[in-house]
Design a protein around this ligand. Structure first.
Ligand code: 3NM
Length: 209
């Protein structure tokens, strides 16, 4: 995949939004996020047909703005909707199997150490997500904040592999992950809760330089 597509990776589900989630997504797309992941999780999240309908609406918006639409964890839905890709964690279905089901599509994997990263790269992941860099309120079962040590190590070992950093990233601390070698920032709250998404996305972009 194009490493630049990871620059500002927006992740969202309905439970992350105070405003109308589709309005939040459209505003984020207008503001220039480069890739979007639907992550419909937690108490009060949509289920069944309401979830599928919401996913379709998100996909339509992403298509309109020409931004890749990625589904978190739900391989079945990603296939059904012919999403641009899927993002999986370490507990999900085996990567080798997923890779075969997503030929020509994007497969992202969350990794937390060298061994997980080696396996993800070897088995054909298109990018990895490394985190949580800082504490996060958006993922209840997140691991302890790890800083940028492993991220920097991963970049040294894989100079050209697409890597996105995640967890507690803000426009104030994003420069650290870019310095450590990330291609992009994956964020929920910094964009969901931003009073000015254009400015937020612009600041994330600028943190790369
Ligand atoms: N995954 P925020 S941290 C979805 O460490 C997710 O793998 C993480 O949300 C990981 O930008 C996280 O609000 C939540 O901190 C990121």
């Amino acid at each position: 995949m194009n490493r630049e597509d990871l620059s500002v990776y927006f992740i969202m589900g309905t439970t992350n939004c105070i405003e109308d989630p589709l309005e939040v997504l459209e505003d984020a797309l207008k503001s220039g996020v480069t890739i979007f992941q639907l992550r419909e999780k937690g108490d009060g999240s949509l289920k069944g047909s309401a979830y599928e309908e919401f996913a379709r609406q998100c996909q339509l918006l992403c298509n309109e703005y020409n931004v890749p639409f990625i589904v978190n964890d739900d391989v079945e839905l990603a296939l059904k909707l012919q999403a641009d890709g899927v993002h999986v964690g370490q507990d999900d279905q085996k990567l080798e199997e997923i890779r075969k089901q997503f030929v020509g599509k994007i497969v992202g994997v969350s990794v937390h150490n060298e061994q997980e990263m080696d396996i993800a790269v070897f088995n054909g992941a298109d990018y990895v997500g490394i985190g949580p860099i800082h504490e996060t309120k958006s993922k209840t079962d997140a691991k302890p904040a790890a800083g940028v040590t492993f991220l920097a190590k991963a970049r040294k070992k894989y100079p050209d592999f697409p890597i996105v950093a995640i967890g507690g990233l803000t426009t104030d601390n994003a420069f650290e992950v870019f310095e450590a070698g990330a291609d992009g920032v994956a964020v929920i709250s910094a964009i969901c809760e931003s009073p000015n998404r254009k400015e937020t996305v612009r600041s994330f972009m600028q943190a790369q330089i």
